[in-house]
Design a protein around this ligand. Sequence first.
Ligand SMILES: N[C@@H](CCC(=O)N[C@@H](CS)C(=O)NCC(=O)O)C(=O)O
Length: 224
Amino acid sequence: MLKLYFHATPNSMKVAVLLEELQEPFDVVGVDIFKGEQHAADFRKINPNAKVPAIVDDGVAVFDSHAILLYLAEKHGKFLPTGRPARAATLSWLEFVATGLSPFSGQAVHFLHYAPEDIPYAKNRYVKEVERHYRILDERFAASHFLAGDEYTIADMALFGWAASAGYILGAKGLDDYPNVKRFMETMNARPAVSRALQLKERHTFKSELDEQARRAMFPQNAS
Ligand SMILES: N[C@@H](CCC(=O)N[C@@H](CS)C(=O)NCC(=O)O)C(=O)O
């Protein structure tokens, strides 16, 4: 059976949603990134980049959340439109999330919550970029039900991963400034497959203390 190498993180959640939408049976293998399990030799054979998510499907290893989304969508012939305009829109928004919203969100989380020193310039840079991405998404959802148009695609699942954790970056108001993104999230949260994916976070628990072991595991470049 397909194995999903998982931690309760936005990037893993993208893939969990797609697997649930596809109703593809899968086993979850927890990788506790706070304990450094991403650096285990066996896991590095699956993802040389030592990060989650990754999958192994019938002996085939795939790493990086958006590569996995594309691989599974192509395998099943679902959630990746074949018509050229909708496919172009799906790929464009998928990359927007892969190269924009995801890494800027990751760096915003780092400087807001994990960095050992307070660096206002870095916090401002990444939070402002996250906000700019949500403004673009809000404009898109003012004109379009899903990112690629009327059709629900892997681009929406990619966005859901990070948007579900937006409060961690934007604070208590969460997505309040982006009403069209909020409407999109309500649509997503109403989907049974999304509920099932979110339940994985309850069923698989991980270390949460950001102690020396966790800092060494995730930010080895800063280890003393
Ligand atoms: N581009 C990668 C990023 C994956 C990533 O950054 N994963 C984080 C969790 S969301 C991780 O494994 N961090 C552990 C570490 O950096 O040591 C993807 O989209 O899958």
